[in-house]
Design a protein around this ligand. Structure first.
Ligand SMILES: *Cc1c(COP(=O)(O)O)cnc(C)c1O
Length: 397
């Protein structure tokens, strides 16, 4: 009666943790090498160099122990002072997190908000900056994962660099890294934060922080110890870290980064973008309304459940009946939306099955004859008919 894969092999469609490739799993269970050896320094430096290339960072990004929020906190502690006026784009759960973090460390946030599922226009950001002189830093997401909205980081950076050159631009690219382009040097960003369990598809526990030359000249005078980025920058040049690194995760990281390098980073991004288009088509074909029509992300897609449905129960059913783990809504969207990730190692066959199961759970009366509209639209977008197939489909009609 229950055919799905056992507990350890559930299909993950949530935006993190994401499935860990077999090669990375093996890399991680390699007997932990001692980290104070040339052998390990080489692995560490290789990882930060590849990360730096993908982020267009002028200095190799730092590798930190801790989930994404650890690197977010490190950014706040190392680049702001208590009492600083800062601007926070708060359009969802993770914008809220920036706001809570900067407030916890005594900054005075000016909030640029938009209803969840939308984003502010660049002009609104410019006006807010003008109205609150002396803003020292701007905090935002690449993609706001709670709503699947993508922010125009490049355009925002261009506006800030031109009109507010003194403000540091600090980007939480945790869900965008590996799905959307983020170019630190070319775009004029100052701090970019990413972590392990999103597109990279390695277990949670590592975060990354890249900083510009301008940021390195703006270290705060705050007290700090574990996440002292001055100290980390000093030792990580040599492949060391101030404290014991998460060795097994770094071995897994190297495996995935090397595979990305082999495919070409643009191919990794293109794959996410293609799957993003196909998932959006699939969800719409089944009749669902997307949240982020205005500015959709390539990392993940969010859609409203039809009015009157019990979203939490549906997500539980998908997990328990089919072994498929979808993400629901957070905060004010709890129970109202489903979120599907399509970055990193996301697999078209798994996604097609996921859309089929979702449609079956939502609209059982369409089955067996008239269902699977979503999966069909998704599949055809992933694998467009080749010319011969298109002709014969035409003849049959
Ligand atoms: C997942 C995520 C984070 C990090 O959360 P952790 O639970 O600390 O890893 C931060 N920002 C965004 C946009 C995310 O999607």
């Amino acid at each position: 009666m229950i055919f799905h894969r056992p507990e350890t092999e559930k299909r993950l469609f949530c935006p993190g943790p994401t499935p860990v490739p077999l090669k990375a799993r093996f890399a991680a269970i390699h007997t932990s090498p001692y980290h104070r050896t040339d052998e390990f320094y080489r692995v560490f430096i290789n990882c930060s160099e590849i990360l730096g290339k993908f982020l267009d960072a002028e200095h190799a990004p730092l590798i930190l122990n801790g989930s994404g929020t650890a690197a977010m906190e490190a950014a706040v502690v190392n680049f702001t002072e208590a009492g600083d006026r800062v601007l926070v784009l708060n359009c969802g759960k993770f914008g809220e997190r920036w706001q809570e973090l900067v407030s916890a460390f005594g900054c005075e946030p000016v909030i640029c908000a938009a209803p969840w599922g939308k984003r502010p226009e660049i002009e609104e950001i410019r006006q807010l900056m003008k109205a609150s002189p002396g803003i020292r830093a701007v905090f935002l997401q690449g993609t706001e994962t709670s709503t699947a909205v993508r922010f125009p980081v490049r355009e925002i950076a261009a506006m800030l660099r031109q009109d507010f050159p003194e403000a540091l631009l600090i980007v939480d690219a945790v869900s965008s890294f590996g799905a959307e382009e983020i170019r630190l040097k070319e775009w004029g960003l100052d701090v970019v934060v990413a972590c392990s369990q999103k597109a990279l598809g390695i277990p949670p526990g590592l975060s990354f922080l890249a900083m510009s030359e301008r940021a390195r000249r703006r270290f705060s005078g705050r007290p700090r110890f574990y996440f002292d980025l001055r100290k980390e920058a000093e030792v990580q040049r040599e492949g060391q870290s101030a404290f014991t690194p998460a060795i097994s995760l770094i071995l897994a990281l190297e495996s995935v980064l090397e595979s990305w390098q082999q495919q070409g980073f643009s191919a990794v991004l293109e794959r996410a973008a293609t799957l993003a288009v196909a998932v959006r088509l699939g969800l719409k074909a089944m009749g669902l309304e997307l949240l982020a029509e205005q500015s959709p992300s390539d990392a993940l897609t969010a859609a409203y459940f039809p009015p009157g449905s019990d979203g939490k129960a549906l997500i539980r059913e998908l997990r328990e009946r089919y072994g498929m783990v979808f993400a629901g809504g957070q905060g004010q969207l709890a129970g109202r939306i489903v979120r599907i990730a399509h970055f990193g190692g996301a697999d078209p066959a798994d996604l097609a099955a996921g859309l089929l199961a979702l449609e079956y759970a939502l609209f059982p009366d369409r089955f067996p004859s008239d269902g699977a509209r979503g999966a069909a639209a998704f599949w055809a977008a992933c694998y467009p008919l080749r010319s011969g197939e298109a002709d014969s489909a035409e003849t049959r009609r």
